[in-house]
Design a protein around this ligand. Structure first.
Ligand code: GDP
Ligand code: MG
Length: 443
């Protein structure tokens, strides 16, 4: 009765049918508008929607979710990927010999000097680095003083100002000072122009060639919208950038420039500037920006919650079969899919009530994705009879299954061993389970 009840829940949640091309096109029309309004460059919008169309058509829709909502979630995931993936929060790379030079480039007013001060504060505070700030901006008289003031606020040193030096001379002096006085990091703040011009690019390129910075950070104002992509392309072609800092995300720009800049330069967005104060520097989280660009955060979390419910139902279904001592290779195969999705076996079983104790045991048994796929292929090469009764699988069957799945007999053996281990573990869990493991959640 328990099993069929769960089966019912499960069937209700899953299988509204597959996304049709019309579903996808309808939803993408709306998505396209949202992306353009968020300042994503048109070629990037086209690229994303094409990818999503390919990914989405035919995908199964969770029952409690509308097809359009499902597409929005797929778009969101594509945006996260395009921004560098879920775990992309990358700070500044300091993995180089000290003193590590960091070159700040960008147009005038983009926030280079402010960001230099913010980074200095962060590196001094959080990473306990000895930081030297140097302004190469000889074009505006107040620029060097501005950096000096920020350095004082950040409680780091700024290179003494010597009138009449060229940017290149200042950069070289900064590096000499840093070597002599054992600084960990040198941040070189360059001059900007209101628009891209060759003189600016040549000046920055000459400094770059002489100093060989470990990071060349392009600072771009998020409010410049569609222009940001041209700026990023020009700086990347003429100077080369290793990372991007997007400033003024405290304004009302939706941040689509991040997506375009990442697409044209391939360089990661490393940090965000979110205010004028020195502590207004944030790590970049692709999922947050993706949500802001798309502006459909409610739908995304709705679909995520529904998907979690399905995972929960599936985990409970597995638990019910385990409890009854029925666990076949068919179950194992259907769980492999789920496990792959969750990232780990312990992740999935972790959702079951009371499983905490077993988690550490399971973590040791974590399987990597390629092995999961291989094992799924091996199981699909078995007959139904073999899946339900693996004891039938002797030498000649093993050879047939191995050939059919493009694997070796050793790999088939390994799978069978793993399955047996798992079944044994489940029997053990079962005994404990009578006293509470399953009860809480299922009885
Ligand atoms: P630079 O010409 O590239 O060196 O730009 P500045 O660092 O001098 O910044 C220009 C102006 O933008 C200053 O008034 C800063 O206070 C302001 N600014 C810089 N970053 C941000 C930010 O993230 N948010 C906001 N609201 N203002 C910023
Ligand atoms: Mg400046």
């Amino acid at each position: 009765a328990l099993g069929s009840k769960l089966q019912g829940v499960f069937d209700r949640l899953r299988g509204r049918g597959a996304l049709s091309e019309a579903d996808v096109n309808d939803a993408l029309r709306e998505v396209r508008v949202a992306l353009l309004e968020a300042d994503v460059a048109l070629p990037v919008v086209k690229d994303i929607t094409a990818k999503v169309r390919e990914r989405a058509v035919g995908q199964e829709v969770i029952r409690s979710i509308q097809p359009g909502q499902m597409v929005v979630k797929i778009v969101h995931d594509a945006l996260v990927d395009a921004l560098g993936g879920k775990d992309a929060a990358k700070g500044i790379d300091l993995a180089a010999a000290s003193p590590v030079p960091i070159l700040m480039v960008g147009l005038q007013g983009s926030g280079k000097t402010t960001t230099s001060g913010k980074i200095a504060l962060r590196l001094r505070g959080r990473e306990r680095k000895k930081v030297l700030l140097a302004s190469l901006d000889v074009h505006r008289p107040a620029a060097q003083l501005q950096l000096e003031t920020l350095a004082r606020q950040a409680e780091v040193t700024s290179l003494p100002i010597i009138a009449g030096q060229t940017p290149l001379q200042i950069a070289q002096r900064a590096m000499e000072t840093a070597r002599g006085e054992l600084y960990d990091v040198v941040i070189l703040d360059t001059a900007g122009r209101l628009a891209i011009d060759d003189a600016l690019m040549d000046e920055v390129a000459a400094v770059k060639a002489a100093v060989k910075p470990h990071e060349t950070l392009l600072v771009v104002d998020a409010m410049t919208g569609q222009d940001a992509v041209n700026t990023a392309r020009a700086f990347n072609e003429k100077v080369g950038v290793t990372g991007i800092v997007m400033t003024r995300v405290d304004g009302d720009a939706r941040g689509g420039a991040a997506l375009s800049m990442r697409a044209v330069t391939g360089a990661p967005i490393k940090l965000l500037g979110a205010g004028e104060k020195l502590d207004a520097l944030e790590d970049f989280h692709p999922d947050r920006i993706a949500g802001r660009i798309l502006g459909m955060g409610d739908i995304v979390s709705l679909v995520e919650r529904a998907a979690e419910t399905i995972d929960q139902a599936e985990a409970e279904k597995l638990a019910a079969r385990m409890q009854k001592g029925q666990f076949s290779l068919e179950d194992y195969a259907s769980q492999l899919k789920q496990i792959g999705k969750m990232g780990s076996l312990s992740g999935m079983l972790g959702m079951l009530p009371g499983i905490g104790k077993l988690k550490s045991q399971l973590e040791g048994a974590n399987l990597d994705q390629t092995i999961l796929k291989k094992q799924a292929a091996i199981i699909s090469s078995m007959t139904v009879k073999e899946r339900r009764n693996p004891d039938l699988i002797k030498a000649s069957r093993k050879r047939r299954i191995a050939a059919g799945s493009g694997s070796s007999v050793q790999e088939v053996n390994r799978l069978l061993k793993q399955f047996e281990d798992m079944r044994d573990m489940m029997k053990r869990m079962n005994k404990m389970g009578q006293k509470g493991l399953m009860r809480g959640g299922l009885a």
